[in-house]
Design a protein around this ligand. Structure first.
Ligand code: ATP
Ligand code: MG
Length: 272
């Protein structure tokens, strides 16, 4: 698990020349990255390879990647982690969370500024987080902000100036609509899956030290098995499917009271 300490350490090592937004990135990876499944390592490894491609390839000055997956699967944290690990001198996160209350024009200008600033650095990563929320997509009547969409399409598709290299990592929980809206040309698309196996759940429970004794932990796993949580994801009756974000918050809730931790966790998981 990469913790806050590692982060601060990593940040001390890189002296950003162009303004890496440390707090911003730090905040979205607040709970670290738990390697609960081989897929997590694979995603980080693929991310690392793409970073190297941007750093070294003469032919691809701009590479854009899409991380998609269900709500809470960990898309933003993984994007931030890949960005952070690149140690590129310019790393910036564009997120709807920082644009609350902004009008269309203000949003566009904020988004545009990030890209324009990135062109000043030889190597940059821009994370375009939660595209559907950035464009205020609403399934009701399929509405969205066309001006924001157009700005994003132009900026994501644009080649940076000569001798500038840029990695764009976009995230979405709704890959389906992106194609309809005109985002078709991502160089790479990676799916961030929810947790579906008991072994991954087990790993997270260990990592977060929810149980005080091995015995308590073992009992909880037994309860989960009895409740049918060990079914394979391809089993039509498979019941476990939870994003790491949600799981971590259930764990924190279960932790609040010392008694009946396992019971409360299992009940919450059964309620999904
Ligand atoms: P949303 O759909 O709401 O945008 P998301 O998919 O972007 O959610 P995050 O906001 O990234 O999910 O939340 C994931 C949380 O889980 C973060 O707090 C992160 O630190 C933590 N986390 C722990 N392990 C992992 C992991 N292996 N991958 C991603 N996030 C992880
Ligand atoms: Mg997110």
């Amino acid at each position: 698990m990469v913790n806050r300490g590692d982060f601060l350490h990593a940040l001390e090592e890189v002296k950003p020349a162009f303004g890496v937004s440390e707090e911003e990135l730090d905040a979205v990876i607040q709970n670290g990255i738990i390697r609960f499944d081989g897929i997590v390592d694979e995603l980080l490894r693929s991310g690392g390879l793409i970073v190297e491609q941007v750093r070294t390839s003469k032919r691809s000055p701009v590479v854009n990647v899409l991380l998609h997956g269900p709500p809470g699967a960990g898309k933003t944290a993984l994007a931030a982690q890949i960005a952070q690990s690149s140690q590129f001198p310019f790393i910036k996160l564009i997120t709807p969370d920082n644009m609350i209350g902004m009008g269309e024009a203000q949003k566009i200008s904020a988004i545009n500024k990030v890209f324009v600033d990135s062109y000043k650095s030889p190597l940059s990563v821009v994370v375009v987080d939660n595209i559907e929320r950035l464009i205020e997509w609403s399934p009701m009547g399929a509405r969205f902000s066309n001006p924001v969409l157009q700005a994003l399409l132009v900026l994501i598709g644009r080649r940076p100036p000569k001798d500038r290299r840029l990695l764009i990592i976009a995230t979405t929980s709704n890959r389906g609509i992106l194609t309809d809206l005109g985002f078709e040309e991502f160089n790479q698309v990676m799916r961030v899956p929810p947790i579906t196996s008991l072994s991954a759940l087990d790993y997270v429970l260990r990592d977060t030290k929810l149980f005080r004794t091995k015995e308590d932990h073992r009992e909880a796993i037994e309860m989960l098995r009895d409740a049918g949580f060990d079914r394979k994801a391809d089993d039509p009756k498979a019941r476990l499917s939870i994003g790491i974000k949600r799981l971590l918050s259930l764990i924190e809730m279960a932790r609040q009271e010392p008694e009946g931790v396992a019971e409360r966790l299992v009940a919450a998981l059964m309620d999904l």
